[in-house]
Design a protein around this ligand. Structure first.
Ligand SMILES: C[S@@+](CC[C@H](N)C(=O)[O-])C[C@H]1O[C@@H](n2cnc3c(N)ncnc32)[C@H](O)[C@@H]1O
Length: 203
């Protein structure tokens, strides 16, 4: 009886396959993953079910997202997902373990104030194991790379909806990462003009 609280993001349905393919290559077979801004919970449920060696901790800023995340997990039957938690990246402390193997955050940076970027990086520095990875996914602007008309229109619509939102420059994100001790380790071009970026601690 979960159908009434399942939330469906068509974009998440489209991108979960390509993202999973990269995650399988980038992440170890076993580990503890914290998901920030899990939204509908489709990614958490799908990725955890596909990778039983991971222990997946979904979180979101909005308390009312949590029942839907639980519903997606129940739908897939994944038994390696911890109960979803409310977590605001801007909070000075996060209610989660440290020494994590990975932190995964998709499609938050452009739909949240810019301060969330620095907070995400600083939180990753506090909670990742020394060899842990931070993975961010979404649209980015990049110096010297022509922006697709689709991303330009999306950026415009985001900024009209909320002046604090907007597609972020990858170089600005890198600067926040450096402040927290991370470097861009891998850049994967993804369908629909998105990027999957892998951040590792500075050697
Ligand atoms: C577009 S949804 C992305 C959901 C999912 N990751 C995906 O890719 O389908 C953006 C999410 O960011 C979350 N969010 C916004 N501000 C946040 C914050 N300060 N801390 C944590 N999550 C936040 C929202 O609650 C929302 O679920």
């Amino acid at each position: 009886m979960t159908a009434n609280i399942l939330r469906l993001s068509p974009a998440a349905e489209r991108n979960k396959g390509p993202i999973l393919e990269v995650l399988r290559r980038v992440l170890p077979a076993h580990g503890r993953v914290l998901e920030i801004a899990a939204g509908t919970g489709q990614h958490a449920a799908w990725f955890a079910a596909a990778m039983p060696g991971w222990r997946w901790q979904p979180t979101d800023f909005q308390a009312d997202a949590l029942p839907a995340i639980r519903a997606w997990v129940a739908e897939t039957g994944a038994d390696n997902v911890l109960p979803p938690l409310q977590l605001d990246v801007l909070a000075p402390t996060w209610p989660v373990d440290s020494a994590l193997d990975a932190i995964y955050c998709a499609n938050m940076l452009h739909i949240a104030p810019w301060a969330t970027c620095g907070a995400l990086m600083q939180g990753a520095a506090r909670h990742l194991a020394p060899r842990g990875l931070l993975i961010t996914y979404g649209p980015y602007l990049e110096d010297g790379v022509p922006t697709s008309p689709g991303n330009l229109a999306f950026d415009d619509s985001l900024r009209r909806e909320n002046a604090a939102w907007g597609i972020r420059r990858r170089e600005d994100v890198e600067q926040e990462a450096r402040r927290a001790g991370f470097v861009l380790h891998e850049r994967h071009a993804m369908p629909a003009n998105n990027l999957l970026l892998v951040w590792a601690r500075e050697p």
